[in-house]
Design a protein around this ligand. Sequence first.
Ligand code: COA
Length: 175
Amino acid sequence: MLISEEKNIINLEYNGDLSTINWERVCELFYNVNWNKRYPNEIKEAFEKSSHTIFAYDNDLIIGFGRTVDDGKYYAMLADIVIDPGYQKKGLGKRIVNKLKEAVLGYHFITLTAAPGKSDFYKNIGWKKQSTSYIWPQTPKQVRQHCEKEKHIEGHELGNFLTKKCVSREVENKT
Ligand SMILES: CC(C)(COP(=O)(O)OP(=O)(O)OC[C@H]1O[C@@H](n2cnc3c(N)ncnc32)[C@H](O)[C@@H]1OP(=O)(O)O)[C@@H](O)C(=O)NCCC(=O)NCCS
C-alpha cells in the first residue's frame, strides 16, 4: 500500500516478514513517544505472537507501527499504535488503526486501551468509549493513569501495591 504525501513515499507493510524488522529502530520509536521501557528482544517476541502487524516506512526507515492480539473468533485487541513524532497528524495513525480494525471485523469484541491523553484521537476516528471495561492494575502508575477514582483503590488497594516489593521489572514495564 503506497501513500504519497508531500515529498515522502510512505509504504505501509501489512503482515509483512518480521524477520526483516529492525527492532532497535522499533524501540527508538517507542522511546521517541516516551514509552521508554521497551526492549528489542521483548518487543520482537510480542510482535511475533501478534495476529496482525503493520509497519509504516519512509523509504527504508520505520516511522510507525501497530498490531493486534486475538483469539481467532471472540476477542481482538489493538496494541502499540505508534507514529514517529515527525510524521504525526498526517493521517498515518488513522490509516494503521483502520487497517487493523478491518482485519478483525467480525470478532465479538474489538477493543483497545488508549494511552493517557489519546482518547480524543480514537473518538475522532469513530471509536466508542467502553463504559464496562475493567483492568487489574499492575502498578500504582496504572491505577493513576487508567482507573476511575474510587475510595477503595485510593485506600488499601493502592497501599498494597506500594508495599509489594516483589514487582518484577517486566511487570513494571506494563503501561
Ligand atoms: C496517537 C497517534 C497514534 C495518532 O497518530 P497520528 O498519525 O498523529 O494521527 P492522525 O493524523 O491519523 O489523526 C487522525 C485524526 O485524529 C486527530 N488526532 C490525532 N492525534 C490526536 C490527539 N492526540 N487528540 C485528539 N485528536 C487527535 C487528528 O487531528 C485527525 O483528525 P481529523 O481526521 O479530523 O483531521 C500518535 O500521535 C502517536 O503515535 N502518539 C504517541 C503514541 C501513542 O500514544 N499511541 C496511542 C496508543 S493507545
